[in-house]
Design a protein around this ligand. Structure first.
Ligand SMILES: NC(=O)c1ccc[n+]([C@@H]2O[C@H](COP(=O)([O-])OP(=O)(O)OC[C@H]3O[C@@H](n4cnc5c(N)ncnc54)[C@H](OP(=O)(O)O)[C@@H]3O)[C@@H](O)[C@H]2O)c1
Length: 262
């Protein structure tokens, strides 16, 4: 029997989706026939994203300018999506990553910004979207493999992602009676602009080339390479789909085997 994802006609909102993982997920969901709202803080970029995905998939793609770290922007985003399509079937919470660095580099202001961008944004998105979601709905948040194995030099991310994983695990239980499935997806090393920037900054710090950094990191990954954004997006598409009826409360590593923990 063919595996029908059943995403045709579903309404999906993918935040922080003008580049990288968010964009790849939006593209994949649109390719499977969903109506997809995309957002980012930059109007030109988000409009270009919507236009490109719509042209390449034939799907309806709705661009919204929104900053997920701000409460009023999140509420406006949900209002706009619901105003257009009347409901939300799939919510994918994503945001830009916090700056890299170690404990003594950051004051309260930076911690607060990381909290609002990477943890409170998820709380606000779920709170605003829930009244518009029903049985069969899916909530997916992008975190990091740091939820299992903290990454040296990424203390802000390590801390906020653990909070997200705890939030999502709790929500999975609270929302199960309503038939809404909740999962966290954890990228290891997926080739996006963000990862390129992290590699460049690490290379500069160590005085080596970016290629050397990439080679050394790839050697830590059993599959021997960085992942491609669509390899990540395909897993999210399954979790978001009607084919997923029994996976909830999971933090799933999508990392080519990089994390060694059980
Ligand atoms: N790629 C990986 O392997 C990897 C590994 C671990 C964790 N992650 C995490 O996964 C998330 C996505 O990573 P990525 O590699 O796809 O990043 P990316 O290539 O830097 O893309 C980030 C996207 O988020 C948007 N964005 C950033 N801040 C936003 C905000 N406050 N409100 C709305 N949109 C916002 C950006 O658009 P604008 O700038 O136009 O707003 C852009 O579209 C990040 O949190 C990252 O830390 C990624």
């Amino acid at each position: 029997m063919a595996l029908d994802l059943g995403l045709k006609g579903k309404v999906a909102l993918v935040t922080a989706s003008s580049r990288g993982l968010g964009r790849a997920i939006a593209h994949r969901l649109a390719g499977e026939g969903a109506k997809v709202a995309v957002c980012s803080r930059d109007q030109a970029r988000v409009e270009e994203t919507a236009q490109t995905i719509a042209e390449q998939t034939g799907a309806e793609v709705f661009p919204v300018v929104a900053d997920v770290s701000r409460a009023e922007s999140v509420n406006k985003l949900i209002d706009e999506v619901v105003g257009r399509w009347g409901r939300i079937d799939v919510l994918v919470c994503n945001a830009g990553g916090p700056p890299s660095g170690t404990f003594e580099m950051f004051d309260d202001e930076v911690w607060q910004r990381a909290f609002e961008t990477n943890l409170l944004s998820v709380v606000r998105l779920v709170r605003a979207a829930l009244p518009h979601m029903s049985k069969g709905g899916k909530i997916i948040t992008i975190a990091s493999t740091s939820v299992k194995q903290p990454i040296p030099g990424l203390i802000l991310s390590n801390t906020m992602r653990a909070g997200v994983a705890g939030l999502m695990k709790s929500l999975a239980e609270e929302l199960a009676p309503r038939g809404i499935l909740v999962n966290t997806v954890c990228p290891g090393r997926i080739a996006t602009d963000r990862v390129q920037e992290l590699d460049e900054s690490f290379a500069a710090k160590k005085g080596v080339s970016v290629e050397e950094v990439r080679r050394a990191v790839s050697a830590q990954i059993p599959l021997g390479r960085y992942g491609e954004p669509d390899e990540f997006a395909r897993v999210v598409a399954f979790l978001a789909s009607d084919a997923n009826t029994y996976v909830t409360g999971q933090a799933l590593m999508i990392d080519g085997g990089m994390v060694k923990a059980l």
